[in-house]
Design a protein around this ligand. Structure first.
Ligand SMILES: *Cc1c(COP(=O)(O)O)cnc(C)c1O
Length: 441
């Protein structure tokens, strides 16, 4: 068992001065138990904690680090930018270059505005949709995450599809009422909601590849059906590509699936590890944004030159190396390795373990294929086995030097520096942990 004495000490101190000891809730390990690991540095696919333990990282800062930790090109660009000042609060060319790079490669993004997080990007895109359409309601999907703005912290109520409830204290019932929630994989439910609220719905927002509540690829044709319904009803379609943008393809899930949204939000990869988000779309929509339009949106540190330099370096490298196919092959290989290394254990212990892989994302779930297929997509319920077995798997892996996101519902993220040998070692370790795992309880 590796020692994590420093992490324990730091966590004790952190809890005294910060709610739960962390600055974003899932970092606190509450759903897996134990003490959060305090990281001291990171390089390539590895994290190093304050007790000098090394972990092969599959959380990758929850998605941004598709080129690995401390990518030398991103670091050089950021260092060079810092030497020229950390922020100007004025027009500069770095954000122009990044905007040109994105609009030059993604036809449905003619104009883009940079913000500081995915949350802000979604908040702003929704404001644009309301400003353009003059309508109030937004339709989202159960299990999709769109950041922590009030209107997106809303869940489906029990009962009628149009009864929604605040998913956080501090969100008003009035705000919750403006968000409608539909189940995924259920076009009739969407049609029904439009039948009763169509004239009030400003936009449909969806993660085109839902990846925040497990990894739930939708059926072929699902996104284009949503696009059709939105267009027939004068509502906009917003793709929240904060995870999938530049990860599934340069043009994100929209390019991967061949379905074009009206507005799109980016985050995570776009800043190369720095806090950047963005929203964009066709010029006639984006021209509703201040200062030329009436939809107000602003940010003191928006288009921060250091973050823009890092984002430029990251996206240029992706365009140069085009790693998407290689990454998808590696994720598929990882899936095969995990499936074969867990096969015997699954039989002898009567557990179901599945690995879903798409693009450079993978998700290990204690759910049988039939459940995943039939139930999970439409009415996604957290499978109880996932909650019971995942913490044991997580800690088994952690003790062997593998860092998954400390959440049973977060996918794993591959980067270009996760090598095949590391992935096969990981799959082997996973098989060993399953063999030792007490699944009787
Ligand atoms: C992470 C995420 C967000 C929120 O981005 P933050 O930068 O954490 O505010 C929004 N939407 C999706 C799909 C995300 O994965």
């Amino acid at each position: 068992m590796p020692k994590r004495k420093q992490s324990e000490r730091l966590y004790e101190r952190a809890q005294r001065v910060t709610p739960g000891g962390v600055h974003s809730p899932v970092r606190a390990f509450r759903s897996v138990g134990g003490t959060p690991v305090f990281i001291e540095r990171a390089e390539g696919p590895y994290l190093y904690d304050t007790d000098s333990n090394r972990y092969l990282d599959f959380c990758m800062s929850w998605g941004p680090l598709i080129l690995g930790h401390a990518d030398p090109d991103i670091a050089a660009a950021a260092h060079a930018a810092i030497d020229k000042g950390c922020s100007y609060g004025a027009a500069e060319a770095g954000s122009l270059e990044l905007a040109e790079l994105i609009t030059g490669h993604i036809p449905w993004v003619e104009k883009i505005r940079f913000v500081n997080s995915g949350t802000e990007a979604v908040m702003s895109a929704i404001r644009v949709a309301r400003g353009v359409t003059g309508r109030t309601k937004i339709l989202k999907f159960a299990g999709c995450y769109h950041g922590h703005s009030d209107g997106m912290l809303v869940a489906a109520g029990s009962g009628l599809a149009d009864m929604t409830v605040a998913d956080s204290a501090g969100v008003t019932a009035g705000t919750a009422a403006d968000t409608l929630v539909a189940p995924l994989d259920d076009i009739p439910a969407v049609e029904q909601i439009f039948a009763s609220h169509g004239a009030d719905i400003a936009a449909i927002i969806i993660e085109p590849l839902p990846a925040n509540n497990g990894l739930l690829p939708q059926r072929d044709g699902y996104l284009s059906s949503l696009a059709k319904i939105a267009r027939a009803n004068g509502a906009l379609l917003i793709f929240d590509e904060v995870i999938t943008g530049f990860r599934m393809a340069f043009g994100g899930a929209a390019e991967f699936y061949g379905v074009t949204p009206d507005l799109v939000t980016y985050g995570k990869i776009i800043g190369g590890g720095f806090p950047v988000g963005a929203f964009g779309g066709l010029a006639d929509l984006m021209d509703h944004v201040a200062p030329i339009g009436t939809v107000y949106q602003a940010g003191t540190l928006s288009g921060n030159p250091v973050a823009m330099a890092a984002g430029n370096a990251a996206l240029c490298k992706l365009l140069r190396d085009k790693p998407w196919e290689m990454l998808a092959k590696r994720a598929a290989l990882l899936r095969e390795n995990i499936t074969s290394s867990s096969k015997d254990q699954m039989q002898s212990k009567e557990i179901s373990l599945n690995c879903i892989a798409i693009g450079s994302l993978f998700w290990i779930t204690f759910t049988d294929s039939a459940t995943l297929d039939a139930v999970a997509r439409a009415q996604w319920q957290i499978p109880p086995a996932q909650q019971i077995l995942f913490p044991a798997l997580f800690h088994g892996l952690l003790d062997r030097g593998y860092y998954l996101a400390p959440s049973a519902f977060e996918p794993g993220f591959l980067s270009t520096v996760h090598g095949e040998s590391e992935l096969s070692e990981f799959a082997k370790a996973l098989g060993e942990i399953l063999a030792e795992m007490d699944t009787a309880s």
